[in-house]
Design a protein. Structure first.
Length: 308
């Protein structure tokens, strides 16, 4: 299981990427740096979430952290900074991304505390070992039996240990409803296309089981005690500059490719105009381009063993 984070989707995965291509078809020399850049842009959200967890009374006892679906390791290294006494284990199913994690950890002087494990979940769950904190960021929804994997997480937690489940949030917005070209509401229609593709992805997973996405209830059902839910905002106002604008252009290009067979002719033409280099109304120059997204984190604890 790989966590391929990207902008444009409040649930973390890119529209045209992890849900549109088979992993083995991807050029990781190109995709890896892109994923790392995406995660860096969202770092304020992840850092705020990690700091929230670090404020829990249990946090002082965190000595081993599993980052499940770790991708290129941006969050693994962040967790190493927030929990300086802990070993961080980056778990992913893509060797190329684990290589990037190791390289990043070395660059940041964290090589002795960040290690990697190549694993495909759920079958390799038993290889991960115990943990005081399991961070599962936008990766659970790539498992058919989500309840079963959560139960597996619960079994790995040491008494007092915590699961931080990043699922849900709000789809990102980057443009006004009416952008002056095409029919208003383009992003809402793209979200609807993504939702349909997401359902297709979920239906095609092994052991796919439909669950009500009440994450606190699911965590309770596997024997954990919910500790709260919070959402973390990324608010980059117009006009976007630098990396944020470049990443937004890349994301819209991915959507154009991924939804090519589902777009109306009018929306396809609008996206082509938005993606035209140097066009005044294009994404590269528009003064009204912004980025607003929310990521939601659900915490649950394995109750400590009662004294006596």
């Amino acid at each position: 299981m790989s966590k391929h984070t990207a902008h444009g989707h409040g649930h973390g995965h890119t529209h045209a990427h992890a849900h549109a291509h088979r992993t083995e078809d991807l050029d990781w020399d190109t995709v890896g740096p892109s994923l790392e850049e995406e995660a860096e842009l969202s770092r304020p959200q992840y850092e705020a979430a990690a700091r929230w967890i670090a404020e829990l009374p249990e946090a002082q006892h965190v000595r081993r952290v599993l980052d499940v679906g770790s991708g290129p390791g941006v969050i693994s290294c962040l967790l190493a900074e927030v929990f300086p006494a802990a070993e961080i284990v980056a778990v992913d199913g893509t060797p190329a991304l684990l290589e990037r994690t190791r390289a990043r950890a070395e660059r940041h002087g964290l090589g002795e505390r960040v290690r990697t494990v190549h694993a495909e979940l759920p079958k390799d769950l038993g290889r991960l070992g115990e943990a005081d904190l399991i961070w599962a960021g936008n990766s659970l929804h790539h498992i058919g039996d989500q309840r079963g994997l959560l139960a597996g997480f619960a079994g790995l937690l040491r008494p007092g240990g915590v699961v931080a489940l990043l699922e849900g949030g709000l789809a990102a917005r980057q443009l006004p409803r009416d952008i002056g070209i095409g029919r208003p509401g383009l992003e809402a229609r793209l979200d609807a296309l993504h939702a349909a593709r997401f359902e297709d992805m979920r239906a095609g997973l092994p052991d796919s089981t439909r669950e009500i996405e009440d994450w606190s209830a699911l965590l309770t059902a596997v024997g954990l005690s919910p500790q709260g839910t919070r959402s973390f905002l990324l608010d980059l106002p117009a006009p976007l500059t630098g990396v944020a604008r470049d990443r937004t252009v890349t994301e819209f290009a991915r959507r154009r490719e991924a939804f090519a067979d589902r777009l109306t002719a009018e929306d396809a033409a609008t996206l082509d105009r938005l993606l035209e280099p140097g066009a005044p109304e294009g994404l590269g120059l528009r003064p009204d381009l912004f980025l607003l997204s929310a990521r939601t984190v659900h915490l649950a604890r394995r109750e400590p063993v009662a004294a006596g």
